[in-house]
Write a protein that binds this ligand. Structure first.
Ligand code: FAD
Length: 188
C-alpha cells in the first residue's frame, strides 16, 4: 500500500449564480458527495472554487486517489481538467478532513495579489503557487464553512465602508467629545 497526492485545476461548466444569492448550490452538492465518499476511503484534501474555476487537492492510498480522480474526471460539472501534481507521498499532511473547503477568501485574494494574478485560474499556477494554495487550504481552520471567494469579497467591501481615514477621524472626534465632557464636568 502506498500513499500519493494529487492536485488539479478545472473550469466549472455550470452558470455561476449571482453572488448575493449565497453559496453556489452545485459546489455545495459536490462537497456533500465528496465528504461522504472520501470519508469512506480515507481520502483527505481540499477544494477551492473561485472565478468559476476549481482547485482540488487529494491525498490518500494510491488506488483510492486514482479511482476518485477517474470519477471526478468524468463529471460533466467541470471541464478542461489539468493535472498539476501527481506523485507519491510519504506521510499524510491533512488530518481529519475528508474534503476541506477553503473559506479564507481574503487569503486567496492576497495570494493572487502577491503573485500579480488578476483572477483565480489555477491551471496557470506554477508548482510553487500550487504548494502555496495547498498550504492555504491546509491552514484554513474553518473548512466546514461554505463561503466562496466572491461572497467574501463582498463582506470585505462592507468592512472597507469605514476607511482608515474615516476611522481615524471618528477616533479624533470621540477624543474631542471626551475632552469637552471632562472640561464641562470640571466647570460644574
Ligand atoms: P451519487 O450519489 O451517484 O451522486 C451524488 C450527487 O451528485 C447526486 O445528487 C447526483 O445527482 C449528483 N451528480 C453526480 N454527477 C453529476 C453531474 N455530472 N451533474 C450534476 N449532478 C451530478 N467525488 C468524490 O467522491 N470525491 C471528491 O473529492 C470529489 N471532488 C469533486 C470535485 C469536483 C470539482 C467535481 C465537479 C466533482 C467532484 N466529485 C467528487 C464528484 C464526482 O465527480 C462524482 O460525481 C461522485 O464521486 C459520484 O459519487 P457517487 O456515485 O457516490 O455519487
Amino acid at each position: 500500500m502506498s500513499l500519493m497526492r494529487l492536485a488539479y485545476a478545472s473550469e466549472a461548466t455550470f452558470e455561476a449564480k449571482p453572488v448575493e444569492q449565497g453559496v453556489e448550490p452545485h459546489v455545495a452538492r459536490i462537497l456533500m458527495t465528496s465528504r461522504r465518499n472520501n470519508g469512506k476511503s480515507d481520502l483527505v484534501g481540499g477544494l477551492y472554487y473561485g472565478d468559476n474555476h476549481f482547485f482540488q487537492y487529494l491525498e490518500g492510498e494510491e488506488e483510492d486517489v486514482r479511482k476518485t480522480y477517474a470519477r471526478i474526471q468524468g463529471d460533466s460539472r467541470h471541464r478542461n481538467i489539468t493535472t498539476l501534481i501527481e506523485e507519491p507521498l510519504e506521510n499524510r499532511t491533512f488530518s481529519n478532513w475528508s474534503m476541506k473547503y477553503v473559506p479564507l477568501s481574503s487569503d486567496v485574494r492576497r495570494f493572487l495579489e502577491r503573485h500579480g494574478l488578476e483572477r483565480f485560474d489555477p491551471a496557470s499556477f506554477t508548482s510553487r503557487q500550487c504548494e502555496e494554495m495547498i498550504e492555504l487550504v491546509r491552514n484554513s481552520s474553518q473548512g466546514d464553512k461554505l463561503v466562496n471567494y466572491d461572497s467574501a469579497a463582498m463582506s470585505g467591501a462592507k468592512v472597507q465602508a469605514f476607511s482608515p481615514g474615516l476611522r481615524a477621524g471618528l477616533l479624533v472626534a470621540a477624543a474631542c467629545l471626551m475632552g469637552a465632557l471632562f472640561y464641562a464636568g470640571s466647570l460644574l
